[in-house]
Design a protein around this ligand. Structure first.
Ligand code: ATP
Length: 205
């Protein structure tokens, strides 16, 4: 994948990779995926559900299949955005560098754009094989309400993409759901139906 073409000159498709735990997916996530897809004119935008998010080992995480089902529900009416189970199918801890390599092998010549919120940029140096990853991708950095606007560390190719601010986090939504509070303002209706059918976040009590 040495010629991943992070500057888009490879001639292959330009593929956005927006990874997350999506526990649950919310309107902020959908807004980000759509804005980056449209702003950069990407050929594809994959919304990749982490199998085992190694950054979130401090709390129990909802089963990957349930999180994936919510992502499928959220994107059903968004034709440009594709739910991806690449990390679930690979199994084990989910490292972006592995996903980028797998995608590069499946789609030779692809130029891969990894989408990250501003809160994640500050932690890029903790990512597995971050120096190798740096040479394989371009970052699309989006602002996140409450997170300071920062550039990635030196050496990363990146673009900033403006996104309409949606001030919400999955952490806040889990707390609201568990308290029986409404979340319609921040979670697509199809996701609410999905999580309630599956009895997630104590909604089945
Ligand atoms: P949690 O609260 O459980 O940590 P989260 O809301 O941060 O979850 P993740 O699934 O961890 O959601 O986020 C995946 C990606 O989406 C990250 O790059 C994160 O920065 C970005 N992101 C999440 N929420 C927003 C938002 N409201 N605006 C912009 N980016 C966001």
């Amino acid at each position: 994948m040495a010629d991943a073409g992070s500057d888009g000159t490879s001639g292959g498709p330009r593929i956005g990779l927006f990874g997350g735990t999506f526990d649950p997916i919310h309107r902020g996530h959908v807004e980000v995926a759509e804005a980056v897809h449209d702003a950069l004119g990407l050929d594809r935008m994959l919304v990749v559900v982490a199998n085992e998010p190694w950054q979130k080992q401090d709390r129990p995480v909802t089963a990957a299949e349930d999180r994936y089902a919510m992502v499928v529900a959220a994107l059903a009416d968004r034709p440009g955005l594709e739910p991806s189970r690449i990390e679930i199918d690979r199994g084990g801890p989910s490292y972006t560098v592995d996903t980028v390599r797998e995608l590069g092998a499946r789609v030779p010549g692809a130029a891969i754009v990894v989408v990250v919120g501003a809160d994640v940029v500050a932690a890029l140096d903790t990512w597995r094989e971050h120096e190798a990853l740096r040479d394989l991708v371009t970052l699309a950095v989006v602002d996140r309400p409450g997170a300071p606007v920062v550039d990635p560390p030196p050496g990363w190719a990146f673009v900033h993409v403006a996104v309409a601010p949606v001030d919400v986090s999955s952490t806040e939504l889990r707390a609201r759901l568990e308290a029986g509070e409404p979340v319609e303002d921040a979670v697509p209706d199809a996701v609410i139906r999905c999580l309630s059918e599956r009895g997630l976040y104590a909604t089945g009590r």
